[in-house]
Design a protein around this ligand. Sequence first.
Ligand code: ADP
Ligand code: MG
Length: 270
Amino acid sequence: MALATEHATHTAHSMTVRALRPFYGRRQAVQAVNLDVRPNEILALIGPSGCGKSTVLRCLNRMHEAIPYARAEGAVKLDAIDIYDPRIDATLVRRKIGMVFQLPIALRTRSIYENIAVGLRLGGIRNKAELDARVEKALRDANLWDEVKDKLALSGLALSGGQQQRLSIARTIAVEPDVILFDEPCSALDPISTLKIEELLLQLRERYTIVIVTHNMQQAARISDRTAVFMVERTGDLPIGVLVEEGPTGEVFATPTDSRTEAYISGRVG
Ligand SMILES: Nc1ncnc2c1ncn2[C@@H]1O[C@H](COP(=O)(O)OP(=O)(O)O)[C@@H](O)[C@H]1O
Ligand SMILES: [Mg+2]
């Protein structure tokens, strides 16, 4: 199956989301989402807290269903492959569509080297020289190698927040995913570390397709090619997220079609 092949070189990958409806128990969290993620673009998901950005993002690599009472209906494709096809292993999907979170907590219990080596070993790489080479490459690609090459055996805790986040990115790209999902990767970082991550994201766009959730609209404006805007609506007593518009980032920010987007990006709500 195509999903299982390792890519020696990075080719462009797209994602297609059709009528995606995420549920928590019996409650639908977001109204049906239709979205295209184009090859080698950065798509930003923005909107006020609780509008469903993280939920939708987690549906893109089947992390959502890791919550016991959570499930999703609809279709999500990576290129031509339906990632919800029952014959496809969710673990494999999560390798091909990697995810970077806000707080890289797991980094703290392992050495810098091991943080990256673990995923590579799970992927079948056992040879020490090959592991070393792949770890170094991932750290170089995450703009971190020069800062950590002399302390690979130290815990991730020996790093600053910004370095920890680049280590987290290194861990994700080490297994050579097709798409990388970021959920508020800079929300715990200072402005300088944030800019370093943004630079890195722009570099990674040359080789990966990227979806980023951010509550920082300036960040979306700075780095994304397209922006999808979510809002919260109420049906009876229950809030439900809704995708209100999507388009090229410049257009969404300059001439939003939805009045709620306009209010949100001008800082009047959210
Ligand atoms: N684990 C969960 N269990 C139940 N409801 C959840 C869970 N995570 C999120 N939700 C609900 O789903 C909706 C969307 O949340 P979320 O995707 O976290 O929004 P955002 O990332 O935009 O802040 C909210 O109403 C939230 O309360
Ligand atoms: Mg969130």
